[in-house]
Design a binder for this molecule. Structure first.
Ligand code: AMP
Length: 248
């Protein structure tokens, strides 16, 4: 059974991003880029399933600039077998990525498709759901535990006030939440080995997918500064203060 895992190249989560001077987007020049953290969890989970003998091949996919190859090499060093880059300089929005992944699923026929629940740059949380809808496949989002048994997958997902357990028939789309696992670090020997693993480059045109953006970013600005807080000596004063500003 094959797993297809998508990995997005995003500004590293430690970087404090800022808008471009003209407000047209986020400044990415000279910014450290890394694999989207939820996608690291997705790769880790697929590799663990392979190590348990439940999956035979892990194929990782990234869509975007040629620099996404670096992200794919990290996934290969973590244990993925093969990588596909869908190269384009066009700014990709979730529907376009979902269509590209849908086309790749048509070529690769994986039984399990794993994505992060959201990309930390656009915070869209849309691609997995759109992909499942395009393919008519069952989906389990925000997975915090999963187990495969025959042609089915059981997924525990984090919902308000608890955990929901779903049983899905494969092929299915799963998106990962933070508590699913703790991703491994790519070791130096594995980074060296990953350089020899296959990496195929395709284009949206080769997949017959139109990726023109449908949403226009009008402006990106920094959030308003929070007013400075005050410290109160005890609960009584806190209640008085809250009363003053009509919160109670
Ligand atoms: P989003 O819907 O943008 O929040 O992204 C959700 C997930 O879709 C991410 O965690 C990735 O697994 C996948 N994804 C989004 N954009 C890309 C991309 N350009 N390349 C590969 N995977 C992507």
């Amino acid at each position: 059974m094959k797993a297809l895992v998508s990995v997005k190249r995003v500004a590293d989560y430690n970087v404090k991003v800022r808008p471009k001077a003209d407000g047209s987007g986020v400044e990415l020049a000279n910014v450290k880029m890394s694999m989207n953290p939820f996608d690291e969890i997705a790769v880790e989970e697929a590799v663990r399933l392979k190590e348990k003998g439940l999956i035979t091949e892990v194929v990782v996919v990234s869509c975007g600039l040629s620099q996404c190859q670096e992200t794919l090499r990290v996934a290969l060093a973590m244990g993925a077998d093969r990588a596909i880059l869908v190269e384009t300089a066009v700014e990709l929005q979730p529907l376009a990525v979902a269509k590209l992944l849908h086309a790749l699923v048509g070529r690769e026929a994986p039984q399990l498709i794993v994505l992060g629940k959201q990309a930390i740059d656009d915070d869209s949380n849309q691609t997995g759901q759109m992909l499942a809808a395009l393919g008519g496949w069952p989906q389990a989002t925000f997975a915090s535990k999963l187990s495969i048994d025959g042609g089915q997958i059981q997924v525990k997902r984090e919902v308000d006030g608890g955990l929901e357990t779903l049983l899905l028939t494969l092929p299915a789309v799963v998106t990962t939440d933070l508590r699913l696992n703790e991703p491994r670090y790519a070791t130096l020997p594995n980074i060296m080995k990953a350089k020899k693993k296959p990496l195929e480059t395709l284009t949206p045109e080769m997949l017959g997918v139109e990726v023109t953006p449908r949403i226009k970013t009008l402006r990106v600005t920094v959030p308003a500064e929070r007013a400075v807080g005050i410290k109160v000596p005890d609960v009584l004063t806190l209640l008085e203060k809250l009363n003053e500003i009509n919160v109670l």
